[in-house]
Design a protein around this ligand. Structure first.
Ligand code: FES
Ligand code: FES
Length: 162
């Protein structure tokens, strides 16, 4: 049982867990951060998508021992704080477009969308349909059409807020 220190949603945390326990279970079971959902546990469904140092990743596939003490993990719970608002513009777009059906996949969808839009904006361009095709998060309810509309709307607001 080792001790692991890193940052989650702006706070430094230390947890005791075997190094090979994957981060998703540390977040959910030890830290009580349940926004990242467990769907497959093998980096296929993307329901657990969160950010590590601003980039999308799947904590179900990363052993906690691989997380560096300076790594910053952001989950859907910490997303609004990254823009200093009650809701991130992508979350607002999700509400405005009434995207969610059962909702299970939606935290991961939003986190994937924000990372993808940021990538495009840092490259100095708008999000494209090809970028949206790259987002492989599975939605069993099939809300893909509304997800795509919301990402375009959220991206516009992210650019306006910059
Ligand atoms: S639970 Fe992480 S990708 Fe499915
Ligand atoms: S909204 Fe139900 S799985 Fe996506």
């Amino acid at each position: 049982m080792g001790k692991h220190t890193f940052r989650v949603n702006g706070e430094r945390v230390t947890v005791s867990a075997p190094s090979d326990v994957r981060l998703l279970w540390v977040l959910r079971d030890l830290l009580g951060i349940t926004g990242p959902k467990y769907g497959c546990g093998i980096e296929v469904c993307r329901a657990c998508t969160s950010h590590i140092n601003g980039k999308a990743f799947n904590p179900c596939s990363v052993p906690v021992g691989q997380i560096d003490s300076n790594d910053e993990i952001t989950t859907i719970e910490g997303l609004p704080d990254t823009v200093g608002k009650k809701l991130h513009p992508m979350q607002q777009a999700w509400i405005d477009r009434d995207v969610a059906q059962c909702g299970y996949c939606q935290p991961g969808q939003i986190m994937a969308a924000v990372a993808k839009v940021r990538e495009a904006q840092q490259a100095g361009r708008e999000i494209t349909e090809a970028d949206l095709d790259d987002i492989r998060n599975i939605c069993r309810c099939g809300t893909y059409h509304r997800i795509r509309e919301a990402i375009h709307e959220g991206a516009k607001q992210m650019a306006a807020d910059d």
